[in-house]
Design a protein around this ligand. Structure first.
Ligand SMILES: NC(=O)c1ccc[n+]([C@@H]2O[C@H](COP(=O)([O-])OP(=O)(O)OC[C@H]3O[C@@H](n4cnc5c(N)ncnc54)[C@H](OP(=O)(O)O)[C@@H]3O)[C@@H](O)[C@H]2O)c1
Length: 454
């Protein structure tokens, strides 16, 4: 009996698309043996055909017409590796509506439109897979969805952006300033020519909203929670953090805050050096989480690059291949036919779909959450300045765990303070009172300290 073939349409042949094509080509026999099916790329969509004229791909059609893939009834899986919200959003919708499985690496489009995609997939008895959209090659989505399905996840902390982690590591290791570290990351291909989405925290926020759906079954958009980037983290803060026993990382944070609801946020965080996330360096990504059955776990690995991301996409294709006992087709009268193991099954439902599980939840505003804070403040070198600073903080119930007077900067003393846990709104009020003090020249840095729920 000949082996069935699953025909794949690839949208995009850049870093990721090429990674996917290479893996499917080089591991064709191994993947067929594992799935019992041939996984064949039939067509590839690019924008500019001339750019790809050197590609030799026997039996593969290179096209600039989306309909060659989206309207091809033989194509069962559409892999979207183009990036950006549009036209990816429309292409994914069209593919799902036509009864095609979709695999995508695109965090922006999944983050913004996941609910609609899940609904469409459910309605059309297919599914959308997005392993590559968070954590590159780390099988995070499948692990959280299936591997840890027996758990209610209590809290999750992720280093989800390789570019920013590389920059923060290099600043600390090489004593570089921020701009030099970005240039080094660009030279090695870790940072885009325009790294704004990475350093502003938006990329991490998109990924957190996806993990919120997968780990906590909660439907959130990035506009629903606080995110900030690493632009204001300095070499000095990274060095001081190390002296105090911490590493600074851009963290995606999600946890349950009792009956108040859930907290999601993204910001630089000082992590104790004995916490496993503190040891995640350079372009590596990691997620540390606590499940009620399994306890503490951490997954880590390469968060980007054509080959690791291709690995995640091919794992999704393999997952679908294991599962494609289902075939969806449309007849000449527009009637949809769902065939399961060769038998018409109109009531078949794909229960892997997250649509049924996803709900709205009360989100706790960052103002109502609690953290420790690290402050670096320049005060004029006058008698009683430190006492005034401590007193103004104390007025807002901010108690000090550590206060260190550092070197003189010009005619100012540099003071480093680590507070005990305090409500965010109290801290913000205390900070504006501190800034108003005549003896305070500048509040140089404010960084949250520790993992709240661990
Ligand atoms: N690179 C990574 O390490 C990585 C890691 C994880 C996830 N991702 C995600 O993977 C996706 C792809 O990233 P990438 O780095 O591979 O991007 P890329 O190198 O820029 O490649 C994009 C590809 O898509 C094609 N394309 C873009 N817009 C198109 C359009 N409107 N119509 C037809 N073709 C279009 C491009 O064709 P032309 O060349 O003709 O324009 C190119 O072949 C993004 O969502 C990204 O966030 C990337």
């Amino acid at each position: 009996m000949s082996m069935p073939t699953i025909q794949i349409g690839l949208l995009g042949l850049g870093n990721v698309g090429t990674g996917v094509l290479n893996i499917l080509t080089h591991h064709a026999d191994m993947l067929s043996q594992r799935t019992g099916k041939k996984l064949k790329v039939k067509s590839i969509l690019v924008r500019d055909l001339a750019k790809y004229h050197h590609y030799k791909m026997p039996g593969v059609k290179l096209t600039s017409k989306p309909e060659d893939i989206l309207e091809d009834p033989d194509i069962q899986i559409v892999v979207e590796a183009m990036g950006g919200e549009n036209p990816a959003y429309g292409f994914i919708k069209q593919a799902l509506t036509s009864g095609k499985f979709v695999v995508t690496a695109n965090k922006e489009v999944v983050s913004k439109h996941k609910k609609e995609f899940f609904e469409l997939a459910k309605q059309h008895k297919v599914d959308i897979y997005f392993e590559a959209s968070v954590g590159g090659g780390i099988p995070l989505i499948r692990s959280l969805k299936v591997g840890y399905a027996a758990n209610q996840i209590q809290s999750l902390y992720g280093i989800l952006n390789g570019t920013t982690n590389y920059i923060l590591t290099q600043i600390g290791d090489q004593g570089m300033e921020f701009d030099a570290a970005i240039k080094a990351a660009q030279k090695l291909g870790f940072a885009e020519a325009d790294p704004t989405m990475d350093v502003s925290g938006l990329d991490t926020a998109y990924k957190l909203s996806i993990l919120a759906a997968v780990a906590f079954k909660v439907d959130v958009q990035v506009s629903d929670f606080h995110y900030e980037g690493i632009e204001s983290v300095t070499l000095k803060d990274i060095q001081l953090a190390k002296e105090l026993g911490y590493a600074i990382k851009l963290l995606a944070i999600g946890y349950r805050m009792g009956s108040a609801g859930m907290v999601f946020r993204v910001h630089p965080t000082m992590i104790p050096l004995d916490q496993p996330l503190a040891a995640v360096r350079n372009e590596v990504n990691a997620v540390f989480f606590v499940g009620d059955s399994v306890g503490e776990s951490m997954l880590s690995g390469k968060g980007a690059g054509g080959s690791p991301t291709g690995s995640a996409i091919v794992s999704d294709i393999v997952d679908i291949a294991f599962d494609t006992r289902v075939r969806v087709s449309q007849d000449g009268n527009g009637h949809r036919h769902v065939v399961l193991d060769g038998v018409e099954s109109p009531h078949y439902e794909n229960k892997r779909n997250l649509e049924d599980a996803l709900s709205k939840v009360n989100l706790v505003n960052i103002e109502d959450t609690y953290s420790q804070f690290y402050l670096r403040v320049l005060v004029t070198d006058t008698t009683g300045a430190l006492a005034k600073l401590a007193s103004v903080l104390g007025d807002q119930e901010v108690s000090i765990s550590k206060m260190i007077q550092r070197d003189m900067v010009g005619n100012c003393a540099e003071v480093v303070i680590v507070t005990h846990k305090i409500k965010e709104s109290y801290m913000q009020q205390a900070l504006s009172n501190v800034k108003a003090l005549s003896c305070v020249k500048k509040v140089e840095s404010v960084i949250r300290v520790g993992l709240e729920e661990v």
